[in-house]
Ligand binder design. Structure first.
Ligand SMILES: [Zn+2]
Ligand SMILES: [Zn+2]
Length: 451
C-alpha cells in the first residue's frame, strides 16, 4: 500500500511545487488576494527557518515543554494575542477577538521524542535527558512538531496582519504531550472550552513521511486510529522444568493466547473495517529448568470505531480467560487483562467539512498538490478536541516532507524512506512550513470570512 502511494506521489513533478525560497528571476506584478499569502510567507522564510532551526535544536520531552512554550507565548503576545500560559501543564492558549463570527481553534503540538538524532543536520539536536522512567536518552523532534510550531507562528502572523479580511475569534493553542496521548485531554480538563471561547471549528496539520514535500493529503472520515495499550498478566503455577505435570506453564499458555489473539482480526473482524492486535512484548522466566509463575504480554490495539474498539478489548479478555480455562488454570489464577490509561482516541474528520476544506485547498493550490490519502493506524490526540464536542467542524490534514528526489529514489527501489519517529527523519522543512502555513491561512480566512 505504501509503495503504491509512493509511486503515485513521486509522479508529482518538482515544477508543480512552488518553492518558498525561489525568488522570481524577473519582476512580476504584485500578487493579490490569496496568492499574496504565499508571497508573504516567502518574504518571511528566513526568519521562520531561524525559528525552526532553534526549535529543532532544543527539543523537550512530553510534559516538559517549558522553554518551548515560553518562547512561543512571547511571540504570540507580540502579535497582540491575549495569551494564557500553563493551560493543562505547559499548554498555551492565544485568543484574538475580531468581531462576531465563528470561533476557530488552530492547534500545534510541542513535544519531542526520546530519540538520539542521526540526521547529520548542522542544527541537529544534541540534547540529552532522562525519561521519567530514568532511562538516559537523546531528545529529537523526530515527529516534526517543530515544523508544526513554526507554521503555527507563521499562520498567527499572517492572520494578525489581515484582521481586515476576517471576523470572529481565533483560539490558537500550543498543546503539550501529544506523543503520550495526554496533552489534548489535559487542556480540555483545564477548561479549554469553558475558560476560553468555545470553538465552532478546529484545524491542524501533521507533517508526513510518505508524501512529497509540499503535497497536502486529506482523509475524510476516520483519519487516524484508536490506540490502546493492553497488558495481560498470565498466571500459572511454577515448578521444576523436569516435572511439568506438577505445574501450569504460563509460557505455553501465553503462547496459546498470542496465537488465538490473531483470530480476533482474521476470523472475527469485518474485513472492510481494519484493525490491529500486536503483541509487542512477551516476558517470562529466568532459567532453563524452571517453569515460572507468570508471563507478561504487552499489546497495542488499533481500531477506528468505538464499537470495534470495545469488541476487541472484550475479545482479548475472552481469549485470555478461555485459554486459561482450557489449560486447567485454577479460577483464582485467571489472567489479568488491564487496558492502560494512555488511550488515544481515533481522529475523525467529519466528511462534509473535510470535503469542503479539501475543495478550498484544491482551488488554491495546483491540483497535483492536494491528494486524498488512506486512513492510517497511527494515533493523534487532536481527535479529542472533536470528541469533546461533536458539533465542532474539525479537520486535520497531512503536509508531505519528503524531498522529491528522495521520493523518486524510493519509488525506483534505490532508497528507503525514514518514517516519522525515525532518528533519520529530516523533512524538507521550508516546504512543509510554507505549504502548511499557506494552507492553514487559506482555510482560516474562509472559515472566518466576512459576509
Ligand atoms: Zn509522533
Ligand atoms: Zn506527531
Amino acid at each position: 500500500m505504501r509503495h503504491a502511494l509512493t509511486a503515485v506521489l513521486a509522479a508529482v513533478s518538482l515544477s508543480s511545487i512552488a518553492s518558498a525560497q525561489t525568488a522570481p528571476a524577473t519582476p512580476v506584478p504584485q500578487p493579490s488576494g490569496q496568492s499574496a499569502i504565499g508571497a508573504a510567507i516567502a518574504r518571511d522564510m528566513d526568519g521562520l527557518m531561524t525559528l525552526y532551526r532553534d526549535l529543532h535544536a532544543s527539543p523537550e520531552l512530553s510534559l516538559q515543554e517549558v522553554n518551548t512554550a515560553a518562547k512561543l507565548a512571547k511571540r504570540l503576545k507580540a502579535l497582540k494575542f491575549d495569551v494564557t500560559e500553563k493551560v493543562g501543564g505547559t499548554g498555551v492558549v492565544a485568543v484574538m477577538k475580531n468581531g462576531s463570527g465563528p470561533t476557530l481553534l488552530i492547534r500545534a503540538d510541542m513535544d519531542g521524542l526520546p530519540v538520539v538524532e542521526q540526521t547529520g543536520l548542522d542544527f541537529a539536536s544534541k540534547v540529552r535527558t532522562r525519561t521519567p522512567e530514568g532511562v538516559e536518552t537523546g531528545v529529537m523532534h523526530a515527529c516534526g512538531h517543530d515544523t508544526h510550531m513554526t507554521a503555527f507562528i507563521a499562520t498567527a502572523k499572517l492572520l494578525a496582519a489581515r484582521k481586515d479580511q476576517w471576523k470572529g475569534t481565533l483560539v490558537m493553542i500550543l498543546q503539550p504531550a501529544e506523543e503520550v496521548g495526554k496533552g489534548a485531554r489535559d487542556m480540555l480538563e483545564d477548561g479549554l472550552y469553558t475558560r476560553f471561547p468555545r470553538p465552532t471549528h478546529a484545524i491542524a496539520f501533521h507533517d508526513a513521511a510518505n508524501l512529497t514535500a509540499g503535497v497536502i493529503g486529506y482523509t475524510p472520515g476516520y483519519a487516524l486510529a484508536n490506540v490502546d495499550s493492553v497488558d495481560i498478566l498470565v498466571k500459572g503455577v511454577g515448578g521444576h522444568g523436569a516435572y511439568p505435570q506438577t505445574t501450569k506453564d504460563p509460557i505455553v499458555l501465553g503462547a496459546r493466547i498470542v496465537t488465538t489473539l490473531q483470530t480476533l482480526i482474521s476470523r472475527e473482524q469485518e474485513p472492510q473495517d481494519p484493525a490491529v492486535v500486536t503483541v509487542g512484548s512477551f516476558q517470562a522466566g529466568a532459567k532453563h529448568n524452571i517453569i515460572p509463575d507468570e508471563a507478561k504480554l504487552l499489546l497495542t490495539v488499533r481500531s477506528y470505531s468505538d464499537e470495534t474498539r470495545a469488541r476487541l478489548i472484550e475479545g482479548i479478555r475472552r481469549v485470555a480467560r478461555g485459554e486459561a480455562m482450557a489449560a486447567g488454570v485454577p479460577e483464582d489464577r485467571m489472567p489479568v487483562v488491564s487496558v492502560k490509561d494512555e488511550f488515544t482516541p481515533s481522529t475523525y474528520n467529519p466528511p462534509a467539512f473535510a470535503e469542503q476544506m479539501a475543495g478550498l485547498l484544491k482551488s488554491h493550490f495546483p491540483e497535483s498538490r492536494v491528494v486524498q490519502t488512506p486512513a492510517v493506524m497511527g494515533g493523534e490526540d487532536f481527535g479529542r478536541f472533536y470528541r469533546a464536542d461533536k458539533s465542532i467542524n474539525s479537520f486535520i490534514f497531512w503536509v508531505g516532507g519528503v524531498p522529491a528526489d528522495r521520493m523518486a529514489a524510493a519509488a525506483a527501489g534505490q532508497a528507503t524512506l525514514p518514517s516519522l519517529h525515525s532518528p533519520f527523519w529530516a523533512p524538507q522543512a521550508d516546504r512543509v512550513i510554507a505549504t502548511a502555513s499557506e494552507a492553514m491561512t487559506v482555510l482560516a480566512l474562509d472559515i472566518l470570512k466576512k459576509d
